[in-house]
Design a protein around this ligand. Sequence first.
Ligand SMILES: C[S@@+](CC[C@H](N)C(=O)[O-])C[C@H]1O[C@@H](n2cnc3c(N)ncnc32)[C@H](O)[C@@H]1O
Length: 256
Amino acid sequence: MSTRRNSARDRARRELGQNFLIDRSVARHLVDLLDPSPLPVVELGAGRGALTRELVHAGRTVTAVELDRHWSDELRDSCPRVSVIRCDMLDFRFPTAPYAVVGNLPFGITTAMTRRLLGERSWSEAMLLVQWDVARKRASGGSLLNAQWAPWYEFRLHGRVSARSFRPVPAVDGGILKVQRRPHPLMPLGDLRRYQRFVEAVFTGRGRGLAETVRNVTGCRIRNLPALPRDLTAEAWTHLYAETTCPKTRERFGRP
Ligand SMILES: C[S@@+](CC[C@H](N)C(=O)[O-])C[C@H]1O[C@@H](n2cnc3c(N)ncnc32)[C@H](O)[C@@H]1O
């Protein structure tokens, strides 16, 4: 390969977060964690196909999304049964029929892609390989993003993946995060936007402790609240939303 092509590859590697999985047992484990089902899989950022091949091996029908032409072309050649779509995963038009999602996400767009995914309606579960800290934070449930989606999704951590399982070796370990759509959501989807504005207002509102913040934001006095928004479980957020129906809340959040 010429020096110029080498440096173009190096640039793609950096800019597209190309830390390829080289440990086959991790790829197999991640695919095994999917619920046994015949659902097709959308793979985000397929790269050299480490996960793609395990998915095909497990009998799944795979649509592989990959932005880098070099790797999308390679994958088309090496996995003819896979439908390879060369595009930015942030712009990918997800199927309307049910499917599952798998992805070793590029570090730079993990949060943007997670946000995008959570807004999609037709997938049942997503197995994501992300930075260890991100996986841990999502699974512990204490962030604004989690709280905004907790009535509709469950987030679970399924182990740590050593940085040595990737090439080039990244600065930090990875973590396997499973996001599952709740079969029985804690809140109707019609409340999504109002609820999310409410959660953001509570997370960013002023007050010494959660009870005071809730009073400032909603005008309602709620008893027995924990100290901080991050201490609320999905069920507790749902109750809090249901309980705060004072006139100020109705006005501010357009509550019926
Ligand atoms: C961490 S690598 C994972 C590759 C492969 N799935 C694996 O596990 O070895 C991330 C992959 O996402 C691709 N990628 C980066 N940004 C992308 C984007 N915006 N849209 C689609 N693919 C992207 C990269 O080219 C790279 O192949």
